[in-house]
Ligand binder design. Structure first.
Ligand SMILES: Cc1cc2nc3c(=O)[nH]c(=O)nc-3n(C[C@H](O)[C@H](O)[C@H](O)COP(=O)(O)O)c2cc1C
Length: 425
């Protein structure tokens, strides 16, 4: 997920979460075990080949009708770790025929949680609750991947079984910012417990189980969350990983955990259904590495050898879910050139930057986060230049409200009916 905790990484402790209402608004919650609701958002088709962003793309066995991908977006609406039925409407709204969607980060184990109301994919109840959501996306013609997540140290004992310390590569706490607990309290980040080497296979297995459960829940594939300072990134980056065993030190050692997860997930569901997200240049949540380019090149080489479907990399101009200053030299191109599968870029893309990225070969696919959150029909709006976009409201990114800031962003047809008619003509 993005910046639930800190809106920048400079240590100013700008806590976006503190702006959240302490008491939940009146919720419109439907039972998660029920079948899909009868009426969902209308399916829409995106005008073909209106520009390079809207050109078709063959992603492994999936025929995508355009290159505009829904980026993974944590929304904190999965009450008690279980996706609610309104998630079906939320994702269906953002589905176009032949469009690719990546789900919000979804925990593979109870120890993986670190934010309120984030979903899991490790219990039968959670798997069943995802089914109407995936069905709604399938019914609307979308391709839906689940993002497999473990927060690692970005958590608090209140989230953990028996109130234990969160786990990480090493016992190094995030020094700035705070964590909000399920009971609504705010604390500095705790010092995590370094995983014992004997525990690592169990954590790797939880990713593979999560992948299998995702397919059982109706997802088309999975994306491993290796970005933004969460558990996998905590192993990758030397600011967090201080291990002296075979999971720490050299680049191959720091990549070992990520690659074991990738191999286990690929083994569970097939490399052709497995993507991985990386944020090489991000220092979000204090996960940094001076050798990041070499490290990520090593990773993507191995990902190519495994035949992973795609690498999804976050541009350096983004820190979690906010804009950041980035030197020009921090380019994703070396990774794009090294990886043999599909390459997806995310972070700070406008319509024009997306078109340029596809035209120049910078990426095969472009994921949009905040703009897609606020514009359910974003690909359609990209058909013409200068189609207005709804602004996003950061204040409702992470509230538990099942409607406000979630289902109520308008479609173009509601705000500019004549323009919408022109696009669908
Ligand atoms: C509300 C919000 C939630 C996010 N949740 C996730 C997440 O669950 N997983 C993830 O990998 N990134 C997450 N991110 C990061 C986005 O996927 C994306 O990389 C970031 O917003 C930059 O893209 P943009 O400039 O198009 O918004 C989140 C960002 C935002 C704003």
């Amino acid at each position: 997920m993005g910046t639930l905790l800190r809106s920048n990484v400079s240590g100013n402790s700008l806590l976006t979460r503190s702006s959240r209402p302490r008491t939940a608004r009146k919720l419109v919650v439907t039972p998660s075990s029920a079948s899909a609701p009868a009426t969902l958002a209308p399916t829409y088709e995106v005008p073909k080949d209106a520009n390079p962003l809207l050109s078709t793309y063959t992603l492994g066995s999936f025929e995508l009708s355009h290159r505009v991908v829904l980026a993974p977006l944590t929304r904190c609406r999965a009450l008690g770790t279980v996706p609610q039925l309104n998630a079906a409407e939320y994702y269906a709204q953002r589905t176009s025929k032949g469009g690719l969607l990546i789900s919000e980060a979804t925990c593979v184990a109870e120890t993986g949680h670190g934010y309120p109301n984030t979903p899991g994919i490790y219990t039968e109840e959670q798997i069943n609750a995802w089914k109407p959501v995936t069905q709604a996306v399938r019914d609307a013609g979308g391709i839906f991947f689940l993002q497999l997540w473990h927060c690692g140290r970005s958590s608090h004992p209140e989230y953990q079984p028996n109130g234990a310390d969160p786990i990480s590569a090493s016992a190094v706490a995030i020094s700035s910012g705070t964590v909000f607990t399920p009971s609504g309290k705010e604390y500095p980040f705790p010092v995590p417990r370094a995983l014992d080497i004997s525990e690592i296979p169990g954590v790797v297995k939880s990713f593979a189980d999560g992948a299998r459960n995702s397919i059982a829940a109706g997802f088309h594939g999975v994306e491993i969350h290796g970005a933004n300072g969460y558990l996998i990134d905590q192993f990758l980056k030397s600011s967090v990983n201080k291990r002296t065993d075979k999971y720490g030190g050299s680049i191959p050692n720091r990549c070992r955990f990520a690659l074991e997860v990738a191999a286990a997930v690929a083994d569970a569901v097939g490399p052709e259904l497995t993507g991985i997200r990386l944020s090489p240049y991000s220092d979000f949540q204090e996960a940094m590495d001076p050798e990041t380019l070499e490290l990520n090149l090593y990773l993507v080489d191995k990902a190519s050898e495994m035949g992973l479907l795609y690498v999804h990399a976050v541009e350096s101009r983004i820190s979690g879910g906010t804009d950041a200053q980035a030197p020009q030299s921090e380019s994703l191109d070396p990774l794009r050139n090294a990886f043999k599968g599909a390459f997806m870029a995310a972070g700070g893309f406008t319509r024009d930057l997306g078109i340029q990225a596809i035209e120049s070969g910078h990426a095969d696919l472009v994921a949009y986060g905040r703009a897609f959150l606020a514009n359910p029909d974003l690909p359609l709006r990209f058909a013409l230049p200068d189609v207005p976009l709804n602004p996003y409201n950061r204040g409702t990114f992470y509230t538990p409200d099942q409607v406000v800031g979630y289902l109520d962003y308008p479609f173009l047809k509601d705000v500019e009916p004549s323009l919408a008619a022109q696009l669908s003509a």
